[in-house]
Design a protein around this ligand. Sequence first.
Ligand code: GLN
Length: 491
Amino acid sequence: MIGQTLKALGAALAGKEISSVELTQLHLDRIARLNPELNAFITVDAEKSLKQARAADARIAAGTAAPLTGIPIAQKDIFCAKDWLTTCGSRILGNFVSPYDAAVIEKFGAAGAVNLGKTNMDEFAMGSSNETSYFGQVKNPWDRARVPGGSSGGSAAAVASLMAPAATGTDTGGSIRQPAALCNLTGLKPTYGVVSRWGMIAFASSLDQAGPMTRTAEDAALMLNVMAGFDARDSTSLERPVEDYTRDLSANGSEKPLQGLKVGLPKEFFGSGEQAGCEAGVMTAVQEAIAEYRRLGAETVEISLPNMQHGVAAYYVIAPAEASSNLSRFDGVRYGYRAPEYSDLNDMYQKTRAQGFGDEVKRRVLIGTYVLSHGYYDAYYLQAQRIRRLIAQDFVEAFRQCDVIMGPTSPCTAFGLGEKSADPVQMYLSDIYTIAVNLAGLPGMSLPCGFSNGLPVGLQLIGDYFSEARLLNVAHRYQQTTGWHLQVAAE
Ligand code: GLN
């Protein structure tokens, strides 16, 4: 049962081939064996997970099971989960046991899924390598001397090492897609507003969005069916009719199932000369994937995203600005860490935040406070917002010419632990292909498309607003004729 898709596990549970308690225990045993080295989980609580598994078994026996009932799912430690330690990868929340469930956790609970544990992540989701976590770096199951990507690196490593059948992630600038690419997983960042952010600890509120990290596109659709939906408690949640994201995935029998699909290839990704420093091996795998799409009937057109080159710069003004405001709530007064010794209230704030936050978080708070300050607001923050609008406009133009945009997810495969830690700009450039999607609020996916020097490469699909079902179908057709997503790291 280890290594099966959610779909297969659902069928096995429904067919009484295995119980949820047995399935959960199998994964807990695997976690006990592999996690000490991979460090993908911050919190595992067998008793809590097994209690949920017993409830799921009762539900299956009563004949009221939903598609994910009884399946263990790992949850990124950014989601508040009632009575679970919820750290967001930070010392400042190192002792925080949440009194309530995030909307996403609630929804998995209502679906009868089992919470398998809370996964490691970059502190407050700031990073592309999972090295900024207070709880230590996560190792990539494909090569334990390398990073799994970030910030959802614990979720990625958990699924890639088969410790979890699937996991949740969040993506502010690439944090679902980039670790999915580096660990050979399928990851989906939905359109901004599709998944409720309620109870998901905020990094940059106008960019943050939760999504699934799975082995197949079909599984991502099953996960999104649970996660998506309007929530009045999140003021940016969108009120839309409920969708079945698996609706386009049944076999249509055609040899060219994607006949008529127009794939846009941004010349900024593929043009000669500067290709955002993309590794040759990554580019080759991506080009081969596009050739496969042509065989499936798709037609490619060259498009342009002229303002994309400014995306990383704009993001590193906007995201820190929002983070500096969001993180002001961590002050040692109401919850979380408080410095043990201080002289007065101000001293308590200062010591708590100095000791509670790591270097990357402090860097962002400093940048964010600076760009929002009087005298610099117009020069930086306002300019960045203008670029954000231009980037969104570029995509509007592009989707007049194509149905889906393709390119690399990450310019490189998994890099070595410590390799980019000394140079934040190099680290920030890991998201050069993913960040614009968040700035525009669009849905994006990464799917396995080959290997370069033995390390996984991700293909990125970008769709128009609310085109998740189409993206999942486009990914699924590719996975029907290729086997990259089935490859698993050797133990
Ligand atoms: N790597 C980017 C950052 O550090 C994006 C992180 C994310 O998507 N959460 O901000």
